[in-house]
Design a binder for this molecule. Structure first.
Ligand SMILES: [Zn+2]
Ligand SMILES: [Zn+2]
Length: 597
């Protein structure tokens, strides 16, 4: 399919509309608590917006209804959103009573030494509508009347630390959503309800897959035997596939000298996301936050490389540690210990296109296997700014190679100029789950910088030393996050190949336990993950329990089955199949597994 011209959400009208709705909300809240409202930040987010407030009391659901009503009145006033520029001093005066805004103003003034702020000093701008003025870069819609009052809803209030830092004040975050039409709003509300039912934190408990413990620490999940079984299946699947695609697996441990990250540039760009150093006789070590420097060092230590050995593809399931702010940790989708299905491909510049194409094919195969059929690629290219390495030839040829491979692949893709990493262009896969939510999963990034920084070379056809290009590639991102996404995508009903328990055998009474035990042995010999429920509950209770666990097959056996050497097969959907012999059931599972279901 041809390249889509669809722009970024950040540039869409819906984005401006939601941002404007956030301002209208802030006005309504300030009117509800005159002189006692501290306003923090209020950005648009995916599917809606929020605004954070410091208030004298907790907001109730009734307050939200009142605020909505007031917002509709403000909307009806068709107040223009007017932009104005201000000096730092004017901004300080305007927001003299607003402690959070003052903090932001001091930052804009360059007071915190933030490099980016100094390089590109932002002009301070205000946006005003009706009686409300916000410190804001915009952009906004023309006037409040452009918000559809019937397609607007305030959803809930949640606690949120100022700047996501638990050492700061706890604010009240009001979430809202705004759409162009009432139908769009309804569709979104349905999606939210369904997402609640599928919440992987809730389902993960129900299915007994993982726990978080205050004794271990936030964002550090503990997986039960069932949870680990799924992890193992996921990783084995990708590992075998990678081997088939010519990848080799390596292992590079969990601790690395901090010095290596200084040389690779991660220390300068990524320090905030690393756990604090461990000192051993004045040598600092870090828990590994990414694999690249380790894989590249391994490449170098393996001795001189000839162009004939390239491409070399090093893959590793490595558990990495990232210092995510504790306020931003959510279930498995945002954790501090994550296991990446990471790979680094060392190749010559001429091999970039074919290696990229190979990685695309591998990722497509994986997404299809996990039943993601709706996905597209965001191709991030170099912009004009100075952050990009000035080597036009390398950039242009790599960007052309990526485009050309994408064109051949038939994958839907769109480009974003200026979104590339400083070290090279990249392609991210955005996949929609069954609820239509888009997740960023796989990524392939071209890197012109780290290989040179870490002194990697190969001997080219010309007998001279050259620096290889490295492609960074992750298929599912991390096992933890992807498992969280999968639980919601499948609503906990894992396909047979992934299900931690594939079948449970249920004897109708005690006298059938022995027959069931024989069945269990036979099925386990065939490497199926089967359990026998020989507990004292009644049969119907056991079936219900298995259904809650979303076990694909329930195999019930009583007198009739025992006499005829069969089993009665029930599916988790409640459907009952005819009585089957063991061979028939095994044939059914083999067929299902072969189909990848
Ligand atoms: Zn704003
Ligand atoms: Zn990497």
């Amino acid at each position: 399919m041809a390249e889509q011209k669809e722009g970024r959400y950040e540039e869409s009208e819906l984005y401006r509309l939601r941002h404007s709705a956030a301002h209208v909300l802030a006005q309504a809240v300030m009117e509800m608590f005159p002189g006692k409202t501290q306003i923090a930040i209020g950005p648009p987010i995916e599917d809606g917006f929020y605004y954070d407030f410091g208030l004298p009391r907790s907001l109730t659901l009734e307050d939200l209804r009142k605020l909505e009503k007031r917002m509709r009145q403000i909307i009806a006033g068709k107040h223009e959103f007017a932009r104005s520029e201000a000096s730092v001093e004017q901004a300080r005066q305007q927001f003299a009573q607003q402690e959070y805004k003052l903090e932001l103003i001091e930052e804009l003034a360059g007071g915190d030494g933030d490099e980016a702020a100094q390089l590109q000093p932002q002009a301070i701008t205000f946006y005003t509508h009706d009686t409300f003025t916000d410190l804001c870069r915009g952009p906004h819609i023309g006037h409040t009347g452009q918000i559809n009052p019937a397609a607007l809803k305030l959803l809930n209030v949640a606690g949120a630390y100022w700047r996501g830092d638990e050492n700061n004040a706890m604010l009240q975050r009001v979430y809202g959503t705004a759409w162009r039409t009432v139908d769009e709003l309804k569709q979104h509300l349905w999606q939210l309800e369904e997402a609640k039912k599928r919440d992987h934190r809730k389902l993960g408990m129900q299915l007994g897959l993982f726990h978080f413990s205050v004794d271990v620490g936030p964002g550090l999940p503990l997986f039960t035997p069932k949870g680990e079984t799924i992890r193992h299946q996921m990783e084995t699947y990708v590992r075998e596939l990678q081997t088939r695609y010519g990848y080799q697996h390596v292992w590079t441990g969990h601790l690395v000298k901090e010095e290596l990250y200084r040389r690779s540039g991660h220390y300068q760009n990524y320090r905030e996301s690393m756990f604090p150093p461990m000192l051993d006789e004045n040598v600092a070590f870090r828990l590994k936050p990414m694999n690249c420097p380790s894989h590249m060092t391994l490449f170098r230590e393996m001795g001189r490389h000839s162009y004939r050995e390239l491409p070399l593809r090093f893959a590793e399931f490595a558990t990495l540690y990232r210092y995510e702010k504790s306020g931003e940790l959510t279930g498995l989708t945002r954790v501090r210990s994550l296991t990446q299905d990471d790979c680094h491909i060392f190749c010559t510049p001429a091999q970039v296109e074919s290696e990229f194409a190979l990685a695309l094919r591998l990722i497509q195969e994986v997404l299809q296997h996990y039943r993601f059929s709706d996905y597209r690629v965001r191709l991030s290219l170099r912009g004009e700014e100075g952050k990009y390495l000035q080597d036009d030839e390398k950039w242009l040829s790599a960007q052309a190679a990526l485009r050309s491979a994408l064109d051949v692949s038939g994958i839907d893709y769109y480009t974003e100029i200026g979104e590339a990493a400083f070290y090279g262009p990249k392609a991210d896969f955005m996949a929609r789950d069954v609820l239509g939510r888009e997740w960023q999963l796989s990524t392939i990034q071209v890197d012109f910088i780290q290989p040179a920084r870490l002194g990697l070379t190969y001997i080219g056809e010309d007998g001279q030393e050259h620096t290889p290009v490295v492609l960074h590639r992750a298929v599912t991102g991390s096992t933890e996050r992807f498992l969280g996404v999968l639980i919601e995508h499948y609503a906990g009903a894992f396909p047979l190949w992934l299900a931690p328990v594939q079948a449970v055998i249920i004897p109708i009474t005690d006298r059938h336990v022995e027959y069931c035990q024989q069945l269990l042995n036979s099925l386990q010999e065939q490497r199926l993950r089967v359990e026998l429920d020989a507990g004292s509950e009644r049969m119907n209770a056991k079936i219900r329990k298995a259904q809650v666990q979303k076990i694909p097959y329930m195999l019930v056996a009583g007198d009739r089955e025992q006499q005829t050497g069969t089993i009665s097969v029930r599916l988790r959907s409640g459907e009952e199949l005819k009585a089957q012999t063991l061979e028939q059931f095994l044939a059914l599972t083999r067929k299902t597994l072969a189909a990848g279901d």
